[in-house]
Design a protein around this ligand. Structure first.
Ligand SMILES: Nc1ncnc2c1ncn2[C@@H]1O[C@H](COP(=O)(O)OP(=O)(O)O)[C@@H](O)[C@H]1O
Ligand SMILES: N[C@@H](CCC(=O)OP(=O)(O)O)C(=O)O
Length: 377
């Protein structure tokens, strides 16, 4: 089997897989669905062997925890739900550990709430953690931190969480493994004439309406496909394509490569370009760095901004904030996410990189890393 060579997975470099509770938890017993996990992990290990990086966003804590705490079969309160998530999360991680173990693949747990992707400092921290885990060849397994999340800071569904993780990780493909093989012109459970859509180049109101229409007409709450299209919209804007397909096939990922039906929602731009556009356009800059001519020329060539080239610092700003960079004539040359707060930036302005640690007692590297710089206006 040529997993990870020619199909949609083969063309991607870094892939986020979202696995829903229905796949992970055996409906009959309420326990983890081990045969499914084993099949998924065998395929994911083959993808990794083909050079792909894999991140998993896994639901199932609530369902597994209910069984462990004897709360199955009745309506439960919010504190009971949060307790179930606490009890189930360790079972969930154990199931992932055990399924990846025969392939010599390690896993690491990341629990997130919405403010981890909306507060810039936390976002940068979470990103560094994911990056480090991937560089250590470990599979990050992400879930919402349901035990502590309140309504205001919840993503609420793992489709959107997975899209944010894809954005954070700079992934180029988000795969939503569902109970259906993709988007149809209407909900096929209600409308047998609905037809499958294999490719979406743009999320038009018509496309969004297909996912929402069935629920709107039935007058019930938000439906499964609508959150998947919302997730695809987030991913698309971050330069990441989304593939929605059936997760319950015997070899769930090999099937994708072999051309099983799926809906592919194309990315808007590359992840790096989308990230730079976000830095340049969506973040309110908090201050200024004035740089010398040598540094301005280095930035134009795509290099990082080193402290040595910084002449003046105007704050206040925090570590991780967006700042504007201007040359000595006052012309704005770039925007970027600064690695030091304004007090520290002031202390190291003009210093060579190897002198930073002696001055501050630590170093975060360049003033602004090239990856976090949007050059030109
Ligand atoms: N236009 C549509 N195309 C496909 N599925 C749709 C559409 N509109 C609503 N749905 C419903 O969305 C469901 C998938 O969402 P959901 O059950 O939440 O999946 P998951 O458990 O993978 O998160 C399908 O089974 C289908 O009934
Ligand atoms: N974070 C929750 C799952 C949330 C969720 O979106 O579930 P699902 O619709 O099954 O993907 C849990 O682990 O129980």
């Amino acid at each position: 089997m040529n997993l990870g060579v020619g199909g949609p997975l083969g063309r991607a470099r870094r892939i986020v897989f979202k696995v829903g509770s229905a796949l992970l938890v055996d409906a009959a017993t309420g326990a983890a669905n081990r045969p499914w996990l084993e099949a998924f992990c065998a395929d994911a290990a083959a993808l990794r062997a083909a050079g792909k990086q894999v991140v998993v966003v896994s639901s199932g804590a609530g369902a597994l925890g209910r069984r462990r705490l004897g709360l199955s079969g009745r309506k439960i309160t919010l504190p009971e739900k949060q307790a179930a998530a606490a009890a189930g999360q360790s079972l969930l991680m154990r199931a992932w550990e055990e399924a990846f173990e025969p392939h010599g693949v390690g896993v690491a747990q990341i629990l997130m709430t919405r403010d981890d992707t909306e507060t810039r400092r936390r976002w940068l921290n979470a990103r560094a953690t994911v990056e480090t885990l991937l560089s250590l060849s470990v599979v990050p397994v992400v879930n919402e931190n349901d035990t502590v999340a309140t309504e205001e800071i919840r993503y609420g569904d793992n489709d959107r969480l997975a899209a944010r993780v894809a954005q954070l990780a700079g992934a180029d493909l988000l795969v939503l493994l569902s109970d259906i093989d993709g988007l149809y012109t209407a909900d096929p459970r209600r409308d047998p004439t609905a037809t499958h859509i294999a490719r979406v180049t743009e999320i038009t109101p018509e496309i969004a309406g297909m996912a929402e229409g069935a629920n709107a007409s039935a007058g019930v709450g938000t439906g499964g496909m609508a959150t998947k299209i919302a997730a695809a919209r987030i991913a698309r804007a971050a330069g990441c394509a989304t593939l929605i397909t059936l997760g319950s096939r015997p070899r769930p990922l090999a099937a994708i490569e072999e051309g099983a039906p799926a809906t592919l929602i194309e990315a808007g731009a590359s992840p790096a370009a989308a990230y730079k556009a976000w830095i340049a356009g969506s973040l309110a800059p908090q201050g200024w760095l004035t740089v010398d001519a040598g540094a301005a020329a280095a930035l134009a060539k795509g290099k990082s901004l080193l402290s040595a080239g910084v002449r003046a610092v105007e704050g206040p700003f925090d570590k991780g904030d967006a700042v504007r960079v201007r040359d000595e004539t006052g012309h704005e040359v770039a925007r970027g996410l600064v690695r030091y707060d304004s007090a520290d930036a002031h202390k190291i302005a003009g210093l060579r990189s190897d002198a930073i640690e002696a001055e501050l007692g630590f170093t975060e590297g360049p003033m602004i890393h090239a990856d976090d710089l949007a050059v030109g206006s």
